[in-house]
Design a binder for this molecule. Structure first.
Ligand code: S3P
Length: 171
């Protein structure tokens, strides 16, 4: 089993899909933001506030090198900016979870923990800026993806089933 690396914009549902995939396969899941938070013993929001975004990106870089050298047979979900790591394709099969910007925001706002979900993501504080970031990143996400899953109007379980089917075909 090769690693699967889940990329996509903030709030698109990478964590929810990862949780379904591990229920229905032999994959173990890890998350780059969780790794960074536990290494630093600090929330991402705090790292951005106290150490700055550049420092956070450096931590992502350290994680990317470790993933490439040391992680196998794993489903890796990533923060929305992790795709910029140069060795991304060496880590595993890149799966993009794709959805229009307004649908992503709607998805977050409909969540029972919507407030927390918005607050924990510093780059979603300003929705105008977030939309610009989305427009800038989406073509880059598409260019890197080995597999694209349109998650709009699909449950996490449906996305997980589609992902496992497509990964099997790709291997
Ligand atoms: C970021 C996305 C976040 C987190 C950080 C930066 C980004 O992860 O890594 O706030 O640059 O898009 P999620 O995609 O899980 O929200």
């Amino acid at each position: 089993m090769k690693n699967i690396i889940l990329i996509g914009f903030m709030g698109v549902g990478k964590g929810s899909v990862a949780r379904e995939v591990i229920k229905h396969s032999d994959y173990i899941a890890i998350d780059t933001d969780d790794l960074i938070e536990s290494m630093q013993n600090k929330r991402i929001k705090k790292i951005f506030e106290e150490d700055g975004e550049a420092y956070f990106r450096k931590l992502e870089h350290d994680v990317a090198l470790w993933l490439e050298s040391s992680v196998k047979n794993t489903l890796i979900s990533t923060g929305g900016g992790f795709y910029k790591q140069k060795n991304l394709k060496k880590i595993g099969i890149v799966v993009l979870l794709d959805s229009p910007f307004d649908k992503i925001i709607k998805r977050i706002k409909n969540h029972p923990n919507a407030d927390r979900k918005l607050k924990k993501r510093p780059l979603l504080n300003d929705l105008e800026k977030a939309k610009e970031l989305y427009n800038e990143r989406r073509p880059e996400y598409l260019a890197l993806a080995d597999i694209v899953i349109d998650v709009t109007k699909k449950s996490a379980l449906e996305c997980s089933n589609e992902l496992l089917k497509k990964v099997k075909k790709h291997a």
